[in-house]
Design a binder for this molecule. Structure first.
Ligand code: FES
Ligand code: MG
Length: 593
């Protein structure tokens, strides 16, 4: 073994091997040696590695981790560590109501307490479904013990009648067909279920694949971790290698604070543009950055990321799904294309112990139909626009999913390209939208823009994925599949709608959307990155003065606590008070008896 192994005293030894306090040491050892650990090994100067298991029956996207545990543990043992698996609060995107987003900060809090309060020297973060990845990275950033992310991997590709059926994306497509009367409920169900053929997370470049790509781009996982499909043998090997590597990271004292630097976040922003990543990435990365103490601003997504070309041909921005992306080289191939173009900070340190440049050099695209080269991308300028104006301080628009049809219909008036002036139709939430979207009295046509409010962090609570509103059935029958939509909530990363979303501050805390009325004219200017209600200042101020905040009804104690402390999406939707706690592993907790 290398010199780094000599005379290393671990944090866990403060529990299990502290001769200055024999009473407490005995108490700590006796209960852990009654299971698979012996007293000798607990006291043997071996690092104890936590494995944060996010998989369970209630969290199917991450359930593969239940079966990967043995391989992770084998890797930890092989490298001379002691594995200790523990559960984390489940976050299942498709199961949790009112929204899994509400639970990201709860899972984060739970992880911080476990990592701080138990005898752990390092941790494997088992990631997958959308919010599990940021929750774990946030927790690791706050505690700052050596940590490595292991994705569960996407499902196998879904197929329906000879065509790829991608997670989520097939839902949006099928619900339009249902509205048009082209399919019935039975076919609708079968089409959607065909997209989920195995264990794993969403197989599109939705939020799960995006956030795991972000973890890899940040340097928080082994090279190539994120794209391996869940059932593949390579996934088991990755679990084993990740287990081995975390032990080395503990000996090297390689911590999140060494990896999560400003350069790492800039790399992640660039990668997000190139993969056509989810609009959920900005708030999640903002949250990780804040817990890591790194300065990042929502505007950075446009400044650093807008001019990045789209390289990955994967649904919802493209055609393929996770298996093809993996075979084409996954995230390392994307980063190698970006590195060769000078778009990556090559010197950023990573979990491998090497720099990002060293990790990806030579690992270019294996299939340029799936991962394009930088010089021949799917489209130019594929990052996010970050808009502002009197309706919000910031809102995002994902330009990689603006279709030719959408561009032509809404953004191509001769001489006024990128500018849209339209009549606002305002909905108070998803229930109101469903009740009224087909109401003929609203006279919704091509010259309208749909708004939804009261669906942000405080309003929903948790910020709901409802901004990608479908046009009225009558317009869909005329071939208008997407309309401009705006809201203070989010949308699924699997959606192919170029919505304007994550508007901050949200309406219920007095953001500008609160004062908009159906019938107001609104102007979007993508050239200037602005969106404004065209309402006289005096009238706007009067509406503000007359406004009263809606009453919030909590259904659980956590909803009340969350609403009291959560910030806005532009600031990561963090528990604001939690951002003051940094690197909490530096201070040992008190003894418990
Ligand atoms: Fe869990 Fe998409 S719903 S990964
Ligand atoms: Mg979702």
């Amino acid at each position: 073994m290398s010199d780094t192994r000599a005379n290393k005293r671990f944090r866990s030894q403060e529990w299990f091997d502290n001769p200055n306090n024999p009473g407490m040491t005995a108490l700590y050892v006796e209960r852990y040696q009654n299971q698979e650990y012996t007293r000798d090994e607990l006291q043997a100067e071996k690092p104890i590695i936590g494995i944060a298991n996010s998989g369970s029956d209630i969290a199917p996207c991450n359930k593969i981790h239940v079966f990967l545990m043995d391989r992770i543990k084998a890797g930890i043992r092989e490298a001379g560590g002691i594995p200790m698996e523990f559960p984390v609060h489940p976050i299942q995107e498709t199961g949790k109501r009112p929204t899994a987003a509400l639970d990201r900060n709860l899972s984060y809090l739970g992880l911080v307490e476990v990592l701080h309060g138990y005898p752990l020297d390092g941790v494997v973060l088992t990631t997958g479904c959308d919010k599990t990845t940021p929750a774990m990275l946030m927790g690791a950033a706050t505690v700052d013990i050596p940590a490595i992310a292991l994705n569960g991997g996407p499902m196998l590709d879904g197929w329906w009648k000879g065509k790829r059926a991608g997670s989520g994306t097939i839902v949006w497509e099928s619900r339009r067909l249902l509205s048009e009367g082209k399919i019935d409920y039975e076919e609708f169900m079968s089409r959607v279920c065909s997209s989920a053929p195995s264990l794993g997370h969403c197989n599109t470049m939705g939020t799960a694949s995006t956030m795991n790509a972000m973890a890899e781009a940040l340097g928080m996982s082994l090279t190539g971790n994120s794209a391996i499909p869940a059932p593949f043998r390579e996934r088991m090997a990755m679990a084993y290698q990740t287990g081995k590597r975390i032990v080395e990271m503990v000996y090297e004292d390689l911590k999140p604070s060494d990896i999560l630097t400003r350069e790492a976040f800039e790399n992640a922003i660039v990668v997000n543009g190139a993969i056509g990543g989810s609009t959920n990435a900005p708030p999640h990365l903002q949250a990780v950055a804040r817990h890591a103490g790194v300065e990042l601003d929502v505007k950075d997504w446009e400044t650093i990321g807008f001019d990045v070309p789209l390289l990955v041909n994967m649904q919802p921005a493209g055609e393929y799904l996770g298996e093809s992306f993996f075979r084409a080289g996954g995230v390392p191939a994307v980063m190698e294309e970006l590195r060769k173009a000078g778009r990556i900070h090559e010197g950023a340190m990573t979990a491998t112990g090497k720099t990002m440049g060293e990790n990806v050099t030579g690992l270019g695209s294996q299939d340029t139909d799936v991962i394009k080269t930088y010089d021949a991308p799917m489209r130019q300028n594929a990052g996010f626009k970050v808009l502002s104006g009197n309706l919000f301080d910031s809102a995002l628009m994902k330009t990689s999913v603006i279709s030719a049809d959408f561009q032509k219909r809404f953004l191509s008036e001769p001489g006024r390209e990128g500018i849209l002036e339209a009549r606002a139709i305002v909905f108070e939430g998803p229930e109101d939208y469903h009740d009224r979207i087909n109401d003929p009295d609203l006279k919704i046509d091509e010259h309208c823009i749909l708004f939804i409010r009261n669906v942000g962090c405080v309003g929903y609570p948790g910020s709901a994925e409802v901004v990608n509103m479908q046009p009225p059935d009558a317009l869909i029958k005329q071939g208008i599949n997407h309309m401009p939509t705006v809201g203070d909530g989010r949308q699924s990363g699997t959606s192919e709608s170029p919505s304007i979303l994550n508007a901050s501050p949200e309406a219920v805390v007095g953001g500008g959307l609160a004062y908009l009325q159906t019938g107001d004219m609104v102007r979007l200017d993508l050239n200037a990155s602005t969106m404004n209600a065209l309402v006289e200042d005096a009238e706007w101020e009067k509406r503000k003065a007359d406004w009263t905040a809606p009453e919030l009804v909590h259904q659980t104690p956590w909803q009340e606590i969350y609403r009291k402390h959560v910030g806005q999406l532009s600031d990561g939707g963090c528990l604001e008070l939690a951002t003051a706690y940094q690197k909490v592993a530096r201070v040992l907790p008190r003894d418990n008896h």
